[in-house]
Design a protein around this ligand. Structure first.
Ligand code: S3P
Length: 196
C-alpha cells in the first residue's frame, strides 16, 4: 500500500504494529519536545514521559534549583541515569532535556534502544518560546539568542544522529506530529512506497 492512499488511522495502526521501543524526542530548548511529545503520545495511545519532569519530581526541586544547589554536573548525571532507565520501557514517547544527548553514553543508548526524532526550529522560534520561562538556567543571560546559537552550533551534529528530523518551527503541534508518525511509519515499513 502507498502512504498517499492511507488514512491517518491506517498509518497510525501500521506504525503501532511495528513499534517495539520508545520514541525519543531530542532538540534544543523551545523546540517543542514536551508539547509535541504529549500530543504524539496521545495520538498513538502511548504513555508520555518528560526526563526533566522525572528529575524534578525525584529531586523535589525545579531544574533551576538543581543547577543552583547541586551544580550542572549533578543535573547531567541525573539526566543520564534517567534516560538509561527509561529506555528499557515498552513503547512510549520520551521528551528529553536539550542537553541530554550531549552525553555520549546517553546518545549511544538512544541510538540503540529507541526511534529518535530531532525537532528542529530556527533561533527566533526558540527564543520566542523560551523567553517567558525563567526555569532554564542556561538562558538566564544578557543575550539568550547568542547562547542558543552557540549551543545549537555545538549540538547540531549530535541531534543530527537522530533517526528522523522534523521541522517544529510552525506554531501548531499537529503538523510535526503527523510528520513524525508518517516518517516513523515509513522507516518501520520500508517495503511500502512512501508518497509524502
Ligand atoms: C537544557 C534544557 C532544558 C533543561 C535544562 C538544560 C539544555 O530542557 O534540561 O534547563 O541544556 O539545553 P528543555 O530542552 O526541555 O528546555
Amino acid at each position: 500500500m502507498q502512504y498517499g492512499d492511507m488514512t491517518q488511522n491506517e498509518i497510525i495502526n501500521a506504525l503501532k504494529q511495528k513499534l517495539d521501543r520508545p520514541i525519543v524526542l531530542v532538540g534544543m530548548m523551545g523546540s517543542g519536545k514536551s508539547h509535541i511529545g504529549r500530543q504524539l503520545a496521545s495520538e498513538l495511545g502511548l504513555k508520555f514521559i518528560d526526563t526533566d519532569s522525572v528529575i524534578v519530581e525525584r529531586a523535589g526541586a525545579s531544574v533551576a534549583e538543581i543547577f543552583e544547589r547541586d551544580g550542572e554536573a549533578k543535573f547531567r548525571e541525573a539526566e543520564k541515569n534517567t534516560i538509561l532507565e527509561l529506555l528499557d520501557q515498552p513503547p512510549c514517547v520520551i521528551a528529553t532535556g536539550g542537553g541530554l544527548p550531549v552525553n555520549s553514553e546517553s546518545l549511544q543508548a538512544i541510538r540503540e534502544k529507541s526511534y529518535s526524532v530531532w525537532l528542529e526550529a530556527d533561533i527566533e522560534t526558540l527564543l520566542e518560546r523560551t523567553a517567558k520561562n525563567k526555569n532554564r538556567p542556561l538562558l538566564q543571560q544578557e543575550d539568550p539568542s547568542a547562547v542558543l546559537q552557540d549551543l545549537l552550533e555545538k549540538r547540531r551534529d549530535i541531534y543530527a544522529q537522530a533517526d528522523i528530523r522534523v521541522d517544529s518551527s510552525a506554531g501548531e503541534a499537529r503538523e510535526p506530529v503527523s510528520q513524525i508518525i508518517k516518517l516513523l511509519c515509513e522507516s518501520l515499513n520500508p517495503d511500502s512506497v512512501a508518497v509524502l
